[in-house]
Write a protein that binds this ligand. Structure first.
Ligand SMILES: [Zn+2]
Length: 133
């Protein structure tokens, strides 16, 4: 009989639980769908070609917008002032860029800070600002 091989090495190379972090600093994120930056007007226009920090590709990145919502069950006190009485409220927007060559993601947070994502960011816990990195 043929020997069965249940292993899927291709999947093990990319063990992501989620396509993008489901949470950002503990708050739920609602992502939209991936789009192509080549047809998107960015204002102000970038002054330089944004090369992928991972593989150096200058190919136009895929872009995805995420909305960060307050979570009345887990909202940290730091954003308490943004919390409505028991309801969820939009905290800010995330912009994710995905390199079409290596699928490396980086994310702009609501403060304009850029973050490189690693595998730990795609778990149910989502992405956290790890001090010292
Ligand atoms: Zn890349």
């Amino acid at each position: 009989m043929p020997r069965t091989d249940p292993s899927q090495p291709a999947l093990e190379l990319w063990p992501r639980d989620h396509d993008l972090p489901p949470r950002w600093d503990g708050l739920p994120v609602q992502w939209s769908t991936w789009g192509d930056t080549s047809g998107v007007m960015i204002c102000p226009p970038p002054k330089r070609i944004d090369r992928c920090a991972h593989c150096g590709s200058a190919a136009a990145a895929q872009i995805n917008i995420g909305r960060i919502w307050t979570d009345k069950h887990s909202a940290p006190t730091a954003i308490g002032r943004a919390r409505l009485r028991g309801g969820k409220q939009l905290v800010g927007l995330l912009t994710a860029f995905r390199c079409p060559a290596c699928e490396h993601d980086h994310v702009l947070d609501p403060n304009g800070q850029s973050w490189d994502l690693d595998d730990s960011d795609y778990t149910d816990d989502g992405s956290w600002d790890v001090a010292g990195t």
